[in-house]
Structure formats: structure tokens, C-alpha cells
Write a protein of this length. Structure first.
Length: 318
């Protein structure tokens, strides 16, 4: 394979590292998934393994990649490459950029994983979007006027602890009815109690069978996701709110349909909200699209980024 413009991107998660190599047209020319391990040493070693294997598949040494980017959960200083409080990975603080640069022989750009995913969702026409990630937690990444928006202290999009129901479930942050405690994997588990919560398919089946407990959990989920969409539209007037993550993928089309229905109910009661049409801005991210790894590669290359344009890979109907 010709070296050309080959950009590597890694999505480091709590259980896996997914790596991709993009060509000049953002096409995926190589990919690899391995366990991430736990602790700084294991994470760095696994990341090096993925980068080395991807380079070998492309027929080049690692240092010949045009750029290398990494998306990782936690508080990330994108300027220095330091990540803090990536607790699911056993990392309190790690200078990941420097550690990987020492191992692979070239600069590595490090980005928060949700921000990287927002860049992975972005397309090549000017505009704005929010990527709402529903996984173990809840957060959003923002691409405004073609550029990633991190905020003044790197906290833009951290909407998980915005309370929307003062009578809702108690959140670990000390408030009640936060978005995250109602619309995340950890939140659903917290609502369910000591026993392990059913997965998405089982919850939907229980709702269909009339189970009151499951119905309450799913109703809260729909209300919270619709509230998050409304918040992002009202706060930032983004053209698209793309929704993805493991929890969203597990519920699939029933969740997206219910969220749009709830938004349309609110639009029917509010001419102002109807004028903004938040229901029409909701976009389902394909479950198998490695958006965080793609975005990590794009962030490192500093390519122009812009809004999502639906294609055959993207479904308005979920």
C-alpha cells in the first residue's frame, strides 16, 4: 500500500482499543480491535500494539503515518496530551501523548473520546452539530462553525449532571433527576437497584409485557434523551444532534422513535419550540461506525470539520 496520506486513530475504551487508518478521502483502509487492559502501563502497551499492527498492515513503519490521534475517556488536556480520571481504565493521571510518542517515534494528539466522536460524525460541509453519547455515562461533543468547541476550561458538552427532574432518581453528584442518572447505562443500573439491570432488549420486552418497573425506567430514558436534545438545540442551535453510544445502539430504533415522538409532543405545546423543530434534527449514528477512532484520526490531522450530511450510512429513522 502506498504511504500517501495515512492517518491513524485510536478509540481507547474501558474494555477495548479500536484502531483505524484513514486515507486522504477518510476511507478506512485498515482496522484492528484489541483488549485495552487496565492501568497506565497496560493501556500504553496495548495502544502501541495496535499502532504497530496497523502500520504493518499498511506496509509502513509507525513513524510514516501522516498523523496519529487518540480518543480516550476522562479529563483530557488536548494541548499537552495528559489524561486524568479515566477511572474505567485504572488511570488517575497519565501523560499519554508523551508516553506514546516515546514508544512510536512521532507526535500523538490526545482528545477526549466524546469530542473525538463528534469529529468522527462531522462531514465536509460548513455547519454545526452536537454528538450526544449514551453509554456508561452521558456527555456531548460539539462541532460549531466547523471546529471542535471545548469551552473555556475544556468542559463544553458535559451535560450529564444537568438536573431535569427534581423528583427523579438520586444522582451520585448529590442532585436528583440528572440527565446521566436517567439516560446512561450506569444510571439505569442505579435505578434498578442491587440486582443486575436487564439489557436494552430485555427491558423493551418487559415494557411490551406491561412490567411497571421497566416501563418507568424506559419512560425516564426517553424523557431524558429528549430533554438533552432540546437543551443542545436551545443552547447551541446546532443543525444536527447525532445520538450514539452503546446504550443508544442497544435500544435502537424504538428509542429514536420515542424520543422524536416526545419532542413533537413538546413542539405541539410550544410554538417557539415548534419553530426550532428539534425532532427533525435528531440523527441516529450507525452502531457499527467507529466514529471515535475516525474522529481521533481527523483531530490529529487538523483537517477541516463540519456538519453531518445524512448518507446511506446514516438513518433518520434510527
Amino acid at each position: 500500500m502506498s504511504a500517501g496520506l495515512l492517518r491513524a486513530g485510536l478509540d481507547i475504551g474501558g474494555t477495548k482499543i479500536l484502531g483505524v487508518v484513514l486515507d486522504g478521502d477518510d476511507g478506512i483502509v485498515a482496522s484492528l480491535r484489541v483488549p485495552s487492559g487496565s492501568g497506565p502501563d497496560a493501556v500504553v502497551a496495548s495502544a502501541e500494539t495496535v499502532l504497530t499492527a496497523l502500520a504493518a498492515e499498511c506496509g509502513i513503519p509507525v513513524e510514516r503515518f501522516t498523523s496519529i490521534g487518540v480518543g480516550i475517556p476522562g479529563a483530557v488536556d488536548a494541548g499537552t496530551g495528559v489524561v486524568r480520571q479515566a477511572l474505567n481504565l485504572g488511570i488517575a493521571e497519565l501523560d499519554l501523548g508523551a508516553a506514546l510518542r516515546e514508544r512510536v517515534g512521532r507526535a500523538v494528539h490526545v482528545e477526549n473520546d466524546v469530542n473525538a466522536a463528534a469529529l468522527g460524525v462531522a462531514r465536509d460541509a460548513p455547519g454545526s452539530l452536537a454528538y450526544l453519547n449514551l453509554g456508561t455515562g452521558l456527555a456531548a461533543g460539539l462541532v460549531l462553525d466547523g471546529a471542535l468547541w471545548r469551552g473555556s476550561r475544556g468542559a463544553a458538552g458535559e451535560i450529564g449532571h444537568v438536573p431535569i427532574d427534581p423528583l427523579g432518581p438520586e444522582c451520585p453528584c448529590g442532585q436528583r433527576g440528572c440527565l446521566e442518572v436517567m439516560a446512561s447505562g450506569s444510571g439505569i443500573q442505579r435505578q434498578w437497584g442491587a440486582e443486575r439491570a436487564p439489557d436494552a432488549a430485555a427491558l423493551l420486552a418487559m415494557v411490551a409485557a406491561g412490567d411497571a418497573r421497566a416501563t418507568a425506567v424506559v419512560d425516564r430514558l426517553v424523557f431524558a434523551v429528549a430533554s438533552a436534545v432540546r437543551l443542545l438545540v436551545l443552547a447551541d442551535d446546532v443543525e444536527v444532534v447525532a445520538i450514539g453510544g452503546g446504550l443508544a445502539g442497544g435500544f435502537g430504533a424504538p428509542l429514536f422513535d420515542a424520543v422524536r415522538d416526545r419532542l413533537r409532543e413538546w413542539e405541539a405545546a410550544s410554538p417557539f419550540l415548534a419553530s426550532l423543530a428539534p425532532a427533525d434534527r435528531v440523527l441516529a449514528v450507525p452502531r457499527d461506525r467507529p466514529i471515535a477512532a475516525i474522529g481521533a484520526a481527523r483531530s490529529a490531522a487538523a483537517l477541516p470539520v463540519a456538519s453531518v450530511m445524512p448518507t446511506e450510512e446514516w438513518s433518520i429513522s434510527g
